[in-house]
Structure formats: structure tokens, C-alpha cells
Design a protein around this ligand. Structure first.
Ligand SMILES: *Cc1c(COP(=O)(O)O)cnc(C)c1O
Length: 433
């Protein structure tokens, strides 16, 4: 499989180069030159296949001969070695629980796959790899966990001081060893700007082999298809393809779902559930793509106003807005409605949603009111405990903290605090080499 740059189709690279580069030199996102097809019989047999086998069959055509099959099978087995259950909530709505991985959010799947691929690719390199990543919370946690103790790889995570939840902060600052965290006295945008400056610093890139681990990397994006297939495998009524609602920020997760659908997975329709950051819902209504400044919400991992993966969705549908609309709806859900949903679903169905999953739930519920013959699945992208400070006042109860998180919360933070200047970042990078 080759990948082209969305800015210039004549630039093509293999999976290995796309993973190591992250983005094409012309700053375009990489896109596969064709979408592999799975045949009907494969879907008929899906209930008899292990999750590892499903994941391998889905991803193998995308990797080609960049990773030997036996090693790739090991990588996908480690990527999906936790449960991803489909949990019925009402007679027409089920939750696909993506929060049973080590950092309790769906980003574990992409980060675990990517870290293992890069670990393999870096073995062939003389130089040690430095992963530089800015995070608003969940990405940093998943990347830290995914790359922990991977030989030949160091990770430096920049997070905005006081702006990630306390659980998230502990997840990215307590591991130590090859994982380093910088607490930046500034905003997420400051962190992102520093990381970008480092990638464009020619002098630095001569000395250090830098890679990013953000969600536009194909090695993080493509494995996110896996759990859409796992959902279908668990579906009781396979002849009525489901509606799937995806809480969306950068649109990587939903774009992976659409890719799975284009490979043959029976999905009726997608709903991109957004918070107050409504660039895509507006676009589908007006055909104008006009990102406003980002609004802070209680579903903070979705506080994105210019979603980087949306260009990939446009590419799948060949820039045809009507084709996108017939396959994907989008809506914007307010914080007030999100909180009311968390409360009512807990009271009526005894199911505790996190703020991101709640946006997906309500978007799906609204859609099903208009389409009562359909059934739907929403992706529960994080465990509610990660956002206990938001949830507890809504349900007026304290949440019990499970042991896996307790251990992390009680460890000391090892991060270093810096002012947001490039020289400070450079000093830290040089200190790691
Ligand atoms: C990152 C994240 C999202 C948004 O996913 P995208 O792929 O960026 O659209 C939703 N929910 C949670 C909990 C997240 O961490």
C-alpha cells in the first residue's frame, strides 16, 4: 500500500515512511491510495474470528511488507488486549465501551499500535527517536503509556499547566524512565506552537530524530477502525445495519469508522457528535467551512474548531458535500444538554456517561426520534472517572476510584515546569540527548 499527500497526489510513500514522517513534507495528510475490500464471506464468519484476527485482517493490506506478518499479528494482539464490549442501554441504543484500556480512553488503541510500529522501525535506525507531543489530556496519557519502556524511543510531552484533569496529569507525569513531561505555564495552543517550532527547526532536526505522535499519523488513525468491526461482531441483529454516533473533535475516530464502512462493514449512517465547536455541523448545513475560535467545554478533548482529519472525510467522498451528508450527519450539543443527559441516563438506565460519550448519546437519541425503525451505537470514548470533577456535581454522588487509577493518582509527578519559550524547550530536548 502506498500513501499520497492530500496536497499533492504525486508524492507517494510506504507505511513506514508515512509513520515516521507523520505528515508529508508539503504538510499534507497522508491518505491510502486505495481502500481495501473485505468480502461478504469474511463478514458472515466474523463471530468465529478472534479480535486479534479481525484486527490483523483489517490492517494487513495497509501495512504491506513494511512489517512481517508474524510481528504484525503480535502488534495487533497487544493493541487490542483489553475488552471492548457493546453494552445495551435502551432497546435501541448501545454503548461501545472504548475505555477499558490502560489510560481509560479510546486513544489507547491508536497509541499502542503506533508505538509498537515505531519501536520496530526505530530498530533499523542508528539514532534514537524522540517523540514530541502537545496534549490537552488524553493524547499525552495514551502516548505516554503506549511508548513506556519501548527501546530506542524517548517521549517528551508538553501539557498546559492546570488545564488537564488531575487524573490525566498523573497519567502523563508519573511513569518516568523514557517518558518525560513538561508542564508549560500557558495554554494548549502555546504547547502546540512550541512543538511545531521544534519540527521546523532545521538545526535541531539534524541532531535529533524527531517524530510527532498526533492523531493525523496514519499509524494512530488506521487502527481505530478495529473496534467498529468488534461492534458489528457483537451485534445481535446483523441484518439491520446500525447508526453510529461518534463524539468528535479532530474527526480521526469517525473518519476511521467511515473507512471501515468503505471496506464493506455494514453501517447505515454516521453521526458526528460535536460540542459547542460546531464548524462541521455548520459546514454540512451551509456548505461554508469557517472555523471560529475554539470554545472551552466540559467535553474538553473535543474542543477543536478546525478538525485536522476532516480533509480525509472529504477525500473519501471526493469533495462531494451531498455524498458526505447522505452518509454522515453532524450536530452540536451544548454543555447544558450534555449535563442533563448524564443525569437522566444515570437516573433512568443506571448507566454513567462521561461528558464525551454523553454528547454522542444525545446526538444519537435525537436522530433515532426521527428514524424510529433504526438502532444505534454510540462510542463511549472515555471512562467517567477521568472527569469525576465534572460528573460528581451532576449526579451528586462521589465516584469510587478503581485500583488501577488509585495507584497512578498516588504516584509523585515527575514533570518539569517551564515558561512557554522555545529556548526552554530546546534546553530540555538537549538535556535528554
Ligand atoms: C480525543 C477524544 C475525542 C475526539 O476524538 P477525535 O478522533 O479527535 O474526533 C473524543 N472523546 C475523547 C474522550 C477523546 O479523548
Amino acid at each position: 500500500m502506498k500513501y499520497y499527500s492530500l496536497n499533492n497526489k504525486s508524492i507517494v510513500v510506504d507505511f513506514k515512511t508515512a509513520t515516521i514522517n507523520g505528515q508529508a513534507p508539503d504538510k499534507g495528510l497522508y491518505f491510502p491510495e486505495r481502500i481495501p475490500q473485505l468480502n461478504k464471506q469474511w463478514f458472515v464468519d466474523i463471530e468465529n474470528k478472534s479480535n486479534e484476527q479481525i484486527a490483523f485482517d483489517v490492517i494487513q493490506p495497509y501495512i504491506g511488507n513494511c512489517i512481517p506478518d508474524n510481528l504484525l499479528f503480535e502488534i495487533v494482539s497487544e493493541t487490542v488486549n483489553f475488552p471492548i464490549p457493546l453494552q445495551p442501554i435502551t432497546s435501541s441504543i448501545s454503548s461501545l465501551e472504548l475505555f477499558h484500556g490502560p489510560t481509560l480512553a479510546f486513544k489507547d488503541v491508536g497509541a499502542r499500535f503506533m508505538s509498537r510500529c515505531l519501536g520496530y522501525f526505530s530498530k533499523e535506525k542508528e539514532q534514537e527517536l524522540l517523540i514530541l507531543v502537545a496534549t490537552s489530556g488524553d493524547t499525552g496519557a495514551a502516548v505516554a503509556n503506549g511508548f513506556y519502556n519501548v527501546p530506542g524511543v524517548k517521549v517528551l510531552i508538553l501539557f498546559p499547566s492546570g488545564k488537564v484533569s488531575s487524573v490525566q496529569e498523573k497519567q502523563l507525569t508519573t511513569l518516568g524512565n523514557n517518558i518525560h513531561a513538561l508542564e508549560v505555564e500557558g495554554s494548549f495552543d502555546d504547547c502546540q506552537a512550541l512543538v511545531k517550532q521544534a519540527f521546523f527547526d532545521k538545526e535541531l532536526n539534524k541532531k535529533v530524530f524527531l517524530t510527532s505522535a498526533n492523531s493525523i499519523n496514519v499509524a494512530r488513525w488506521l487502527p481505530q477502525q478495529f473496534y467498529y468491526f468488534f461492534a458489528y461482531k457483537q451485534l445481535a441483529e446483523k441484518n439491520n445495519p446500525p447508526i453510529i454516533a461518534v463524539p468528535s473533535g479532530n474527526f480521526g475516530n469517525i473518519c476511521a469508522g467511515i473507512l471501515a464502512q468503505q471496506s464493506g462493514l455494514p453501517i447505515q449512517h454516521f453521526i458526528a457528535a460535536c460540542n459547542a465547536n460546531d464548524t462541521v455541523p455548520e459546514f454540512l448545513q451551509t456548505h461554508q467551512y469557517t472555523p471560529k475560535s475554539t470554545v472551552a467545554t466540559i467535553s474538553n478533548a473535543m474542543d477543536v474548531s478546525d478538525p485536522s482529519n476532516f480533509v480525509r472525510i472529504q477525500e473519501i467522498f471526493q469533495q462531494n458535500v451531498d455524498a458526505i451528508k447522505s452518509n454522515m450527519s453532524s450536530c452540536s450539543i451544548s454543555d447544558v444538554a450534555t449535563k442533563a443527559t448524564i443525569k437522566s441516563v444515570y437516573q433512568e438506565h443506571n448507566y454513567l456517561l462521561d461528558p464525551h460519550g454523553a454528547v454522542g448519546y444525545l446526538a444519537l437519541e435525537n436522530y433515532l426520534k426521527e428514524h424510529p425503525q433504526q438502532k444505534g451505537i454510540f462510542l463511549e470514548t472515555a471512562h467517567p472517572i477521568k472527569f469525576y470533577n465534572v460528573i460528581e456535581p451532576i449526579i451528586q454522588q462521589t465516584l469510587s476510584i478503581q485500583d488501577s487509577i488509585k495507584a497512578t493518582i498516588n504516584k509523585p509527578s515527575l514533570s518539569k515546569k517551564i515558561q512557554p519559550t522555545y529556548n526552554n524547550l530546546l534546553e530540555c530536548i538537549e538535556g535528554l540527548m
